[in-house]
Design a protein around this ligand. Structure first.
Ligand code: HGY
Ligand code: MN
Ligand code: MN
Length: 417
């Protein structure tokens, strides 16, 4: 069968892989992954390297007030809205080399390939590095894309504090990445995000491409429990106001609530703080964030209600004070069917095995979908492992997804003969 025009076009997988490995040298972890947390000096160094590569590719940079980097390849029609390809360069404290980075550098690889082939497109193409996707240092996750989509205002974002009490606004200024552009002023023709699955499904099903149709919804519920500081040795058990015990019972309850909603629901806690956090002092204060997620709106609402009600009951019984603040939230997201179709067609055309997939993790695409047609492409990751320095993918997986991205973007940005 004669190949259709462009059918045999592929990105340069070796160049993409080399760029991934080069970026991975910045903010190295202690076990082969990365610690390039947002607005740290390592983040600033990663931004600098990404900008240098974009300069070499002839892209022009725009930066908004949240520090998000927009790197533009001009189209032939200056009035045509751009096609955006985005993700994030910031990582978890013990993150992998590919979470977010694969999407940003694959966007750059799409541009590099277009340059190599001398292909012009009607719509401009903008490769985007969103600030603070992870929400690890400053909650909530997807903060910059959230401001861009009008979910959060700029003052809220600038006031967010990290565990050391530093604010987002001060840290963005400190690394010199406060841009001029008003956040959200840009309009998008379409938004694509290519990301590792961060789950086990594609590998288990032996599929190269995830055609992402939806993203599950999320609540981050930050609990503050108030006990009474007391000696762990000399305080009789019946005199204790034990916030640590209340926390452990709440964690157990979250597990039970999530298990009662199977299949297709998760719940757990990744971060907690004890104060004064001394071995022989019962905690006066315990702060932790419950992370619950499910593709079902009904389950999401039910889980939140159950957890808040039962946490209050647990604390009541122990005489522990309990307050809760929602510090992160989005309802289940449906991606744009036309763009989803283009991803599926591209995988078909290229002969890559594929399956429809619901994203388990949250992504900037979830907020982009509020203001423009948006969708995602995923590749497998080894053992479904992510948010772990041992996160791993193969060069073949990385390239296949970037090829699909290339063709779906080309279809949307319209080649100019
Ligand atoms: O939490 C998430 O799903 C993403 O990794 N920020
Ligand atoms: Mn990510
Ligand atoms: Mn992540």
């Amino acid at each position: 069968m004669v190949a259709a025009p462009g059918e045999n076009l592929r990105i340069n997988g070796d160049r993409l892989w080399d760029s991934l490995m080069e970026m991975a040298k910045i903010g190295p972890g202690i076990a082969g992954g990365n610690n390039r947390q947002t607005l740290t000096d390592a983040d600033a160094e990663g931004r600098k390297l990404f900008k240098a590569w974009c300069d070499d590719a002839g892209l022009t940079m725009g930066v908004d007030q949240m520090g998000t980097m927009f790197m533009t390849r001009a189209g032939t029609d200056p009035d045509a809205l751009p096609v955006y390809i985005g993700s994030h360069l910031d990582t978890q404290p013990t993150g992998g080399k590919y979470d977010g980075v694969l999407g940003v550098l694959s966007g750059l690889e799409v541009v590099r390939t277009l340059n190599d082939l001398g292909i012009r497109t009607k719509h401009p193409i903008v490769v985007t590095n969103w600030t603070n996707e992870e929400g690890a240092r400053f909650a909530p996750a997807m903060l910059a894309s959230g401001v861009f989509a009008g979910i959060h205002d700029l003052d809220y974002a600038y006031a967010r504090k990290d565990p050391d009490g530093k604010t987002f606004g001060d840290e963005l200024k400190r690394i010199g990445w406060v841009g001029e552009e008003e956040v959200g002023a840009r309009k998008m023709h379409a938004y694509f995000e290519y990301h590792i699955e961060q789950g086990p499904i594609l590998e288990a099903e032996n599929k190269q491409i995830g055609v992402v149709t939806h993203c599950q919804g999320l609540w981050w519920l930050e609990f503050t429990l108030t006990g009474r500081e007391a000696h762990t040795g000399s305080t009789p058990m019946n005199m204790r106001v034990n916030a640590g015990l209340a926390m452990s019972r709440i964690l157990e309850m979250v597990q039970d609530v999530a298990m009662a909603e199977q299949p297709g629901a998760v719940g757990g806690v990744g971060q907690m703080f004890f104060s004064p956090n001394s071995r022989n002092v019962l905690p006066g204060k315990v702060v932790f964030t419950v992370d619950i997620r499910t593709p079902s709106q009904e389950k999401l609402d039910r889980m939140r209600a159950k957890i808040e009600k039962q946490a209050a009951e647990i604390c009541d019984k122990l005489g522990v004070g309990c307050s809760v603040e929602a510090v992160g939230h989005f309802d289940p997201i449906t991606f744009d069917p036309v763009l989803v179709g283009r991803v599926r067609e591209a995988a078909e055309k290229l002969g890559y095995s594929h399956m429809d997939l619901i994203s388990g993790a949250g992504h900037d695409a979830c907020w982009a979908a509020k203001v423009a047609p948006a969708t995602m492409i995923m590749c497998p990751c080894v053992g479904g492992l992510s948010h772990n320095e041992a996160e791993e993918i193969s060069k073949e997986w990385a390239s296949a997804g970037a090829d699909v991205l290339f063709h779906a973007v080309l279809e949307t940005a319209e080649i100019v003969e």
